[in-house]
Design a protein around this ligand. Structure first.
Ligand code: HEM
Ligand SMILES: *[C@@H]1O[C@H](CO)[C@@H](O)[C@H](O)[C@H]1NC(C)=O
Length: 326
């Protein structure tokens, strides 16, 4: 008994030591329960209202989570705009097609009105993604909060983290692996491509001068009608929806599509063919419940990448677009 007691207390001591060495507080479920009890309710209400006005805002919140969290940390660095001394991550080629950033300000303003300088933009990115996923018929995910905001943009290294549309699956897997997202979870995250759109810019290389032989011919003909020229104007609003059957629902239709060679991006097509990912693609196509479980787990892993949590790390931004003045 005495020995057990001693080993328990040395275990606690070790934990305490680790806490100080790592210098980290933890993310927590309902982190704002004392400092801003209505925070999560307000965010959810704003996400719902925005969804009712512009359904595609919910889609943007899902993509934001990927582009914010995979680049160093979930720290709202993505939201910083270009001003003196700062170049926005939104100007990276990898951010092509991202939209609805202005409505993040709507959410932040509603939260600021209730609790000034309390709720981080990084948590707004994370929680709006969670609520957006639920609006899009995806799973309800219990997500932690307590992330703080970066004081800088990482525009120079965005391409070291976010894969390109035509990168290999092994590169994609290694990028996710580096932040603790395993193969199964990576396959599940790509299921986000069951909503939203792809601009012709990112498709035409599979259509012209010759059609990519891996594409389903009927689908290729459809894509050529949607994208009739090999050199679309990057500013033109010419695009194809990811999932023609359920374009606004996060479901396993993505996996059915890519198994039928109707994926839009090269990575989508490759995900179905690569021997490492193919078994999971098949399993997710066969079983929507399994997909939803894996998608929830994967979103949590992504959302917990390397958060700033200590008081001396980052800040709580007043305006998500700018580092605080001081
Ligand atoms: C290998 C990884 C990935 C690559 C290369 C990739 C690439 C792309 C590209 C090129 C687009 C189309 C942009 C356009 O033409 O407008 C897109 C759209 C999108 N991606 Fe990904 N993506 C990846 C992973 C993810 C992940 C992990 C998520 C979220 C969990 C995600 C969410 C989305 C969403 C929601 C859209 C539609 C955006 C809209 O309609 O506004 N993607 N992605
Ligand atoms: C991938 O696409 C980009 C344009 O987005 C192009 O510059 C690059 O050459 C392509 N890479 C491969 C391996 O095809």
């Amino acid at each position: 008994m005495a020995t057990k007691h001693r080993s328990n207390s040395s275990f606690l001591f070790l934990l305490l030591l680790l806490h100080f060495i790592l210098g980290k507080s933890q993310l927590q479920v309902n982190y704002y329960s004392k400092s801003c009890p209505k925070a999560e309710e307000i965010i959810k209400q704003q996400v719902t209202e925005l969804y009712n006005e512009h359904g595609n805002t919910a889609i943007s919140w899902v993509r934001n989570l990927f582009h914010d969290c995979l680049v160093k940390a979930c720290d709202a660095s993505l939201l910083l705009e270009t001003v003196h001394g700062v170049v926005s991550e939104q100007t990276s080629e990898r951010s092509f097609g991202m939209r609805n950033f202005k409505y993040v300000n709507t959410i932040k303003a509603a939260v600021e009105k209730e609790c000034p300088l309390t709720v981080s933009c990084a948590d707004i990115v994370a929680l709006s993604a969670r609520d957006g996923i639920a609006m899009l018929g995806g799973p309800n995910i219990e997500m932690k909060s307590g992330r703080r905001d970066s004081k800088e943009s990482y525009v120079k290294v965005v391409e070291d983290f976010i894969p390109n549309h035509n990168d290999s699956i092994s590169l994609v897997l290694s990028r996710f692996q580096a932040i603790g997202v395993d193969v199964e979870a990576t396959v599940a995250l790509l299921g986000a491509h069951s909503v939203g759109r792809v601009h012709c810019m990112n498709i035409v290389h599979r259509l012209y001068p010759t059609v990519d032989t891996t594409l389903d011919p009927t689908h290729a003909a459809y894509l050529k009608r949607r994208c009739p020229t090999p050199n679309p104007d990057p500013k033109a609003v010419q695009y194809v929806r990811n999932d023609l059957k359920t374009p606004m629902i996060i479901d396993n239709n993505y996996y059915k599509n890519i198994l039928q060679h109707k994926g839009l991006l090269t990575v989508d097509e490759e995900l179905a063919n690569d021997p490492i990912t193919a078994p999971y693609v098949q399993k997710m196509a066969d079983d929507n419940t399994y997909f939803r479980q894996q998608f929830s787990r994967a979103v949590l892993l992504l959302s917990e990448n390397n958060p700033l949590t200590a008081d001396d790390q980052g800040e709580i931004r007043k305006d998500c677009r700018y580092v605080n003045a001081n």
